[in-house]
Design a protein around this ligand. Structure first.
Ligand SMILES: Nc1nc2c(ncn2[C@@H]2O[C@H](COP(=O)(O)OP(=O)(O)OP(=O)(O)O)[C@@H](O)[C@H]2O)c(=O)[nH]1
Ligand SMILES: [Mg+2]
Length: 440
């Protein structure tokens, strides 16, 4: 997907936040640096990057989160909201009414292809569009749009050598079409010739909408270019093309923030169907994996669950029974994508293999534990070979299954003791709890 790299960097930065026990100024500053680096790498304008990051820093540090919302959630939400505003704010919708739309842009930006895609969009919406080829400059431009028109079954007018005249004739020719889409010629730059041509064309067409077509791969120049077009003819919307072909695109997408016009559509391929309504919310959600992040934050909250804390307390104080061990694995397993959850707890290293316990194994252990006496469960060290045999035959398991359970338990207990021994002096538990994101 487009901006994959940006999305990855941003969600990594946010994941780091999700994993923090608490959010303070240092954490925010570190995040802001990550954010800036990610945006600059995606080619977003330097000034825009600084405006956006200042805004986010200010909001996160100075705004009080709504009640019931943790600072972390507030921070992630703020980043999400600001990115949505930054990347377009509103959903790019076009009115489904009788209208004239003019497409402008530089050479090869995708104007002609987008004209056809747009026409197809209206057809799908039940309207009757027509295409007008006003590119009398590039040889073969008229054939190109005629061919596209026939491919999608939309009438095309493309003849003559003066764009304005072509436009005027087309308007006369298509009085009964709902939407008339005018494709214009490009140049290498918005030079005097193109500026003059577009101004005249605009006077002839009197368009309801003027869409600027920018390719996603256009770097820093996108902002300046959009500004120039906006000044010249006025831009009511932006179409960002070739979103399928670049890891960048940040500049093109953020140019809408410069010209103050919404992105209406994005082109995601060469085919006429590869065209999407642009929805900044959906886009940002996909970009940073917002849904995943939200559930990660929730999971992090669940880690603070009382049962888990109680067994953590037990294990730290050395009262670590087989029952605790079993409940721990079970409650940890319930939390879902374990590796992710565990990554969120800085400093927490679970014994190797502890989480690799399979459902089948768990089921056997449960049965085994049902055949144990209370005493055995609270002090498994008394379980010798003859007890193992008894437990195994009582539960219909093999000796090895029981041995395995005890081995796992022993290893985990040793680990816990080591962690506890180091941490559980005075205040040690508070420290550990802090790692779990708990306030003590
Ligand atoms: N991958 C991809 N290619 C696209 C997209 N939109 C356009 N293209 C390709 O980009 C090239 C240029 O597209 P055109 O529509 O001819 O561009 P134009 O702005 O009309 O170009 P000029 O008329 O020469 O100024 C063509 O090869 C298109 O197939 C898109 O969204 N994705
Ligand atoms: Mg063209």
């Amino acid at each position: 997907m487009v901006l994959d790299k940006l999305g990855e960097s941003l969600s990594n930065a946010l994941r780091k936040i999700a994993g923090r026990g608490f959010v303070d100024k240092a954490v925010v500053d570190e995040f802001i640096r990550d954010l800036q680096r990610a945006l600059l790498q995606a080619d977003v304008d330097v000034k825009l990057v600084s405006t956006l990051s200042n805004k986010i820093r200010d909001k996160v540090l100075n705004e009080k989160p709504a009640s019931g919302i943790t600072v972390k959630e507030h921070m992630i939400k703020t980043v999400y909201d600001e990115l949505v505003i930054f990347l377009g704010r509103e959903t790019g919708s076009v009115e489904l009414k009788k209208q004239k739309i003019l497409l402008v842009g530089l050479y090869g930006s995708g104007k002609t292809t987008s004209s056809a895609k747009l026409a197809k969009f209206f057809v799908r919406k039940g309207l009757k569009p027509a295409l007008v080829g006003c590119d009398t400059f590039r040889p073969a431009a008229q054939e190109q749009i005629i061919q596209l028109g026939s491919q999608i079954g939309v009438p095309v007018y493309a003849q003559g050598s003066d764009p304005s005249k072509t436009a005027e004739e087309a308007i006369k020719k298509f009085p009964e079409r709902d939407v008339i889409i005018f494709d214009s010629a490009g140049r290498n730059a918005l030079d005097v010739e193109l500026a003059d041509e577009l101004k005249r064309l605009k006077d002839s067409v009197k368009p309801d909408e003027i869409f600027l077509v920018i390719p996603a791969e256009m770097g820093q120049a996108a902002g300046k270019q959009s500004e120039e077009f906006a000044k010249l003819v006025g831009i009511t919307g932006v179409i960002v093309t070739k979103m399928d072909g670049t890891a960048k695109g940040g500049a093109a997408l953020s140019s809408c923030a410069i010209v103050n016009a919404p992105i209406k559509f994005i082109g995601v391929g060469e085919k006429v169907d590869e065209f999407e309504n642009y929805d900044p919310k959906r886009f940002v959600s996909r970009l940073i994996g917002y849904g995943d992040l939200q559930s990660l934050v929730e999971k992090a909250e669940e880690i603070k669950s009382p049962e888990l804390m109680k067994s953590a307390e037990n294990m730290m104080s050395g009262k670590y029974s087989l029952q605790d061990f079993y409940e721990q694995i079970e409650s940890i397993k319930k939390m879902g994508p374990l590796k992710q959850v565990m990554q969120m707890i800085p400093g927490l290293k679970l014994p190797d293999g502890m989480l690799d316990v399979q459902e089948k194994q768990m089921a056997k252990w449960k049965i085994a534990m049902e055949s144990m006496t209370k005493k055995e469960k609270s002090d498994p060290s008394i379980i010798d070979n003859s007890r193992i045999k008894r437990i195994a035959s009582g539960s219909g398991l093999k000796d090895d299954d029981v041995k395995e359970l005890i081995k796992h338990y022993d290893r985990t207990k040793k680990m816990m003791k080591m962690m506890g021994g180091k941490n559980l002096k005075r205040g040690g538990f508070a420290q550990l709890a802090k790692q779990f994101g708990m306030k003590m």
